[in-house]
Design a protein around this ligand. Structure first.
Ligand code: ADP
Ligand code: MG
Length: 744
């Protein structure tokens, strides 16, 4: 920004809201249907004329004058350079700025604000402002910038953060005496380049579409606000650091068309009334601001007006773009939009540069950076180099050298440790234990060094990330080109200023002409005088007629509004009656009284809430209430019956006394297998214990080898031969006899 212009801006005390009108071209459908164009625009004079095709030809046209008008041939860049660039420049200097797009759905609000991103010629205000802001920063000298972006949406009087992680969360508006109204917990993203801020916007737009089943319908009923906060720090001649903060609100409002309320109930009706609430509150605020009589401005009536309080009659420079359609069937909406815009022209704002605010993030960043750098220099080993800095540039240079020195020293230390280790390992005279001790010590030192290195690296990284967020100009681009570009921009701006002044002069001239030029003229004859006066009379009469017409129109519009409101009221009353009916008939008076005593209205969130029940715990721990005698209230008869009879009907509990049912047996006793009598006898014999002595008569064996040895048992029972064959015992002669010790 040029210093002179900046100074001029700082000095401005009060200025009105700028209003420009933009008319889109006829679309294909309109041409196909053969609608005629009823809008005429005089771009040089800033005048819009409107023809009513339904009214007789003789009726005068409706004429409105604005700060600038843009017809169907207007280009996005032309609009930006002429109207929005100066405002964004002001924001870069520390003013607050707001751009509203107002108008019926389908007239080009989104086209004006966002446009078509991929086509550089059709980009809207928002992308163009991104380019502008980052270009400005790149060309700045000795300034540091911090850019943050937020994106929110107001739908059905609920605020949604389009950049938030949880898209179901609704945000609240809060107020602080120093900074005013703000959205609590609204995400802000630091952006370092055009690409980054564009990405933020893309993400927001995607989130906006996610919640909506029909994006067109949704966008025509919700307000989207993109907020760019620009913080700039600059060191003045005396070496003092100044921070200026400018906030740019870019608002794409909901469609201004009348919501058709006939037949809408439930959710749809709720939606229609709520949207009208925000937009009509905006209209009411504008009316209250310009009528000069109102002492109370109803900002609190809607979220939108509360959030943009500063933009309307406060500390902000504001531009309203009123978008209209050219076709005849839009006549009513177009004229309403133009009237609305015409009123907004008279709002007076008091913009001022926001210098050194308490909550500047940039300041926090700078302080944190200074702290980190100090920490880093403390961490580093003793510096060998000490150089006296004379100016900023050299200081930076020295810092870098210091950083280098730090890592150099660490390396040196590492090398020394390595050498020491080698020496110990190769030392033959040292005893093993001592060696071990030294080596552990060295290991410790090494670990410490690694930790120190790590910490230093982390610190350096942190400093680098923080520094990268702070943007400075004049780094990559050659200063000479910068200078030229700046001059070019300035020249362009001057031309545009000139154009604007011409338009203003023309408008002024017209006014003057009407009132004074004829009075000053002298008349040569009576006839001439009569003629002149008749002309004047005719002119005044025409004016009177147009004013009368305007009054009739306004009255008609007012009546229409009233009928609409009455209709809404009727539907709401009917709903209320239904609720009352339900409450009266189905909710006990006691419950109703309790709920009423606990209900309260939350002004901030604009809803009724019910206070939680507070228990009175003064009498110690609470016990369950019990009946005095028995567990349940019972009659005497029942008690008597219970004592004599077991009928469960008279029992305190619903427990029946029943006998246990023995379960049916599912197993059998074990029965051994059936064995034939012979087998069992043999088994018995075999299993009999052999406890008797066995007498063997071996005398016969010597006589007859072949004779079986007869053995007898002192038997208890009979031996059944055939089962076990008699044991063949060897003849005693079979064994050699001992011969004693025989000499060999
Ligand atoms: P709104 O946001 O007011 O509902 P849009 O911005 O979506 O309206 O515009 C509706 C259509 O008209 C879009 O297709 C858009 O491209 C087109 N349009 C609007 N204004 C212009 C213009 N000045 N020049 C060309 N096309 C336009
Ligand atoms: Mg839109």
């Amino acid at each position: 920004m040029v210093q002179g212009a900046e100074a001029k801006m700082k000095g401005s005390a009060s200025e009105s809201v700028k209003v420009v009108v933009r008319c889109r071209p006829m679309n294909e459908q309109e041409t196909a249907h053969g609608y005629t164009r009823v809008v005429d625009m005089d771009v040089d004079r800033g005048v819009v004329e409107l023809r009513n095709v339904k009214a007789p030809e003789t009726d005068p046209r409706k004429t409105f004058t604005f700060d600038a008008v843009y017809d169907w041939n207007s280009k996005q860049l032309e609009l930006y350079d002429e109207t929005f660039r100066p405002l964004v420049d002001s924001v870069l200097c520390g003013f607050n700025g707001t751009i509203f797009a107002y108008g019926q759905t389908g007239t080009g609000k989104t086209y004006t604000m966002e446009g078509i991103r991929d086509d550089p010629d059709q980009r809207g205000v928002i992308p163009n402002s991104f380019e502008h802001i980052f270009d400005h920063i790149a060309r700045s000298i000795n300034q540091q910038y911090l850019i943050r972006a937020s994106y929110l949406e107001i739908y059905q009087e609920e605020i949604r953060d389009l950049l938030g992680k949880d898209q179901k969360k609704r945000l609240e508006l809060k107020e602080r005496p120093d900074t005013g109204v703000y959205v609590r917990d609204l995400q802000q993203f630091v952006c370092k380049s055009v690409n980054e801020i564009q990405h933020v916007m893309t993400v927001g737009n995607q989130n906006r579409a996610v919640g909506a089943t029909n994006m067109n319908l949704h966008s025509s009923r919700s307000h989207a606000i993109f907020i760019i906060t620009i913080e700039c720090s600059e060191i003045d001649d005396k070496g003092k650091n100044h921070i200026r903060v400018g906030k740019l609100n870019l608002v794409d409002l909901a469609g201004s068309e009348r919501q058709s309320k006939t037949g809408t109930v439930g959710e749809r009706l709720k939606e229609a009334t709520k949207i009208n609430l925000s937009l009509s509150a905006l209209g009411n605020v504008i009316s209250a601001l310009v009528d000069g009589k109102s002492t109370h401005i109803p900002y609190r009536d809607s979220k939108l007006t509360r959030l943009l309080q500063d933009s309307l009659g406060g500390n902000s420079k504001t531009i309203m773009v009123a978008n209209i359609g050219p076709a005849s069937y839009n006549y009513d909406e177009t004229i309403t939009t133009l009237r609305y815009a015409n009123r907004a022209k008279n709002i007076q704002n008091k913009p001022k540069v926001n210098e050194d605010p308490k909550d500047a993030i940039l300041k926090e960043y700078q302080q944190e950076l200074a702290r980190l750098k100090a920490q880093l220099s403390q961490k580093g080993v003793k510096k060998k180099k000490k150089k006296k800095a004379t100016d900023e540039g050299e200081e930076e240079e020295e810092e870098e050298e210091e950083e280098d020195a730090d890592s150099e020293a660490l390396l040196q230390q590492e090398r020394e440790l390595e050498v020491e280790k080698d020496r110990i390992l190769n030392d033959q005279h040292m005893i093993e234990e001592e060696k071990e001790r030294y080596l552990t010590e060295i290991k410790h030192k090494e670990a410490e060094m690694v930790a120190a290195k790590d910490a230093q690296e982390k610190l350096l990284n942190r400093i680098k990330t923080m520094e990268s967020k702070l943007l400075c100009g004049g780094k990559n681009i050659i200063d000479h080109t910068n200078e030229q570009q700046r001059a070019l921009q300035q020249r362009k701006q001057e031309i545009l200023e000139q154009k604007k002044r011409e338009r203003e002069m023309l408008q002024l001239l017209e006014k003057e002409e009407e009132s004074s030029c004829e009075i000053a003229s002298t008349f040569s004859s009576l006839q001439a005088e009569v003629e002149a006066k008749t002309r004047k009379l005719k002119k005044l009469f025409a004016k009177l007629q147009s004013v009368k017409q305007e009054m009739a129109d306004l009255h008609e519009e007012f009546c229409r509004d009233r009928v609409d409101l009455q209709h809404t009221q009727n539907v709401l009353t009917r709903e209320l009656k239904l609720k009352a009916l339900i409450i009266e008939n189905f909710i006990s008076p006691e419950e109703k009284r309790k709920i009423l005593s606990r209900a309260y209205f939350d002004e901030d969130e604009d809803v009724w809430k019910v206070r939680p029940v507070v228990r009175q715990t003064s009498g110690g721990t609470l016990k369950r209430p019990v009946s005095s005698a028995s567990r349940r209230p019972t009659s005497e008869y029942a008690k008597m019956q219970a004592s004599v009879d077991h009928n469960p009907r008279y029992k305190g509990e619903n427990i029946m006394v029943v006998e246990l049912d023995p379960a049916v047996r599912t197993t059998r006793d074990w029965e051994g297998p059936v064995v034939a009598p012979r087998v069992s006898a043999a088994l018995e014999a075999a299993l009999r214990p052999l406890d008797e002595d066995l007498n063997i008569d071996a005398s016969l064996a010597t006589l007859n080898h072949s004779q079986a040895v007869k053995s007898t048992r002192k038997t208890k029972g009979k031996f059944k031969s055939g089962l076990r064959p008699p044991t063949q015992l060897p003849d005693s002669s079979m064994y050699p006899k001992s011969r004693g010790l025989v000499p060999k």
